[in-house]
Design a protein around this ligand. Structure first.
Ligand code: NAP
Ligand code: ZN
Ligand code: ZN
Length: 347
């Protein structure tokens, strides 16, 4: 075992503080790497605050992890020391169920993927995430970061990037389709960039027009404020696909009304409380409500290669580790442009 520095949450209410954790010895199939950068996802905040259920503290969050390989196990064939690598939201799965065999490990049913933090690994130990100096992960759950993507920009792709890429692909976003992205935060801004790169018409639906210049620069064709009731009359029936990235509970009825016949509203945000929805807006135009969670390893690699090829990078604010608690507060106030990335080399 090795000891590494980390930032952990010790309760739902106290600030994250510096600590040390241990990483397992490198097994035959494992890759060990120094973490250079870790993105801050709103899921880290939901989890730390126990909004999604009980948490075993102390917990080290972080599932947007990028770094450089320092050691490989004797059987490792996909990576070598010095490679630029990443890890996203899971570090293992059963590898046997239909979903795992289909390369959609995020939907593993036996009993489920092993989260990068807060999960229980094969060794029975609680997994700890990327707000730390180094990590050891089975090679099958490690991604290759293309040379042209800097490590700090690569980190947010591993959750925010794939979480938007996967539904855009699944619902065939591209030329001739009209996509709306609700919420211009970490996930939302990746949705705008990716949908634009895929050739779709993209509209941002944000709480206000405060970020309109950014939105248009990121690739949006149109930008509306949801605080303006006219938005919902003007855009009624306009979209084939709406991706809701909002981290808080919002009334979905008015958004369903923005879908065309057969359009789909996809939840990617995971607010704390149950969602409420009237049946009639769905029924009256054969609209669908769905959800989508990150993406499998193969699709995540495809997304990284797509971003390299199409020059898609997140907009990031690199922070020192002692700024994590302030970054959380700013994200809760929707004050992020557009992803905080921790310089973990300085932990
Ligand atoms: P984020 O950076 O904090 O962005 C969330 C955005 O939602 C904000 O920037 C804001 O956009 C909007 N928003 C926040 N509070 C709102 C409110 N009360 N009313 C209306 N809009 C509000 O968060 P994120 O990291 O993108 O994550 C977003 C959500 O996705 C979280 O719930 C997270 O847990 C979830 N998530 C899901 C997956 C998945 O696999 N499905 C993966 C990662 C994250 P505007 O300022 O533009 O309005
Ligand atoms: Zn995430
Ligand atoms: Zn499985």
């Amino acid at each position: 075992m090795s000891t590494v520095s980390a930032y952990s949450a010790t309760s739902a209410t106290e600030p994250l503080t510096e600590t040390t954790i241990t990483r397992r010895d490198v097994g035959p199939h494992d890759v060990a790497f120094d973490i250079h950068f870790a993105g801050i996802c709103h899921s880290d905040i939901h989890t730390v605050k126990a909004e999604w259920g009980d948490v075993r503290y102390p917990l080290v969050p972080g599932h947007e992890i990028a770094g450089i390989v320092t050691e490989i196990g004797s059987e490792v064939s996909k990576f070598k020391v010095g490679d630029r690598v990443g890890v996203g939201c899971f570090v293992d799965s059963c590898r046997e169920c239909a979903q795992c065999r289909a390369g959609e490990e995020q939907y593993c049913t036996n009993p489920g993927m092993v989260g990068t933090y807060g999960g229980v690994g094969r060794d029975g130990e609680l997994t700890q995430g990327g707000y730390s100096g180094a990590i050891v992960v089975d090679e099958n759950y490690v991604l290759n970061i293309p040379d042209s993507v800097p490590l700090d920009a690569a980190a947010p792709l591993l959750c925010a990037g794939i979480t938007l890429y996967s539904p855009l692909r699944h619902w065939n976003a591209g030329p001739g389709t009209s996509v709306a992205v609700v919420g211009l935060g970490g996930l939302g801004h990746m949705g705008v960039k990716l949908a634009h790169a895929m050739g779709a018409k993209v509209t941002v639906l944000s709480q206000s027009l405060k970020k309109i210049e950014d939105g248009l620069r990121l690739g949006a064709d149109e930008y509306y404020a949801t605080s303006d009731p006219d938005t919902f009359t003007k855009l009624a029936g306009s979209f084939d696909l709406i991706l809701n990235t909002v981290s808080a509970n919002i009334g979905l009825d008015s958004y369903v009304g923005l879908l065309d016949v057969d359009g789909t509203l996809v939840e990617v945000g995971i607010p704390e409380r149950p969602m409420q929805l009237m049946a009639y807006p769905l029924v009256s135009k054969r609209r669908s409500l769905s959800g989508s969670m990150i993406g499998g390893i193969a699709e995540t690699q495809e997304m990284l290669d797509f971003c390299a090829e199409h020059d898609v990078r997140p907009e990031i604010e690199v922070i020192a580790p002692d700024y994590i608690n302030e970054a959380y507060e700013r994200m809760l106030a929707s004050d992020v442009r557009y992803r905080f990335v921790i310089d973990t080399a300085t932990i």
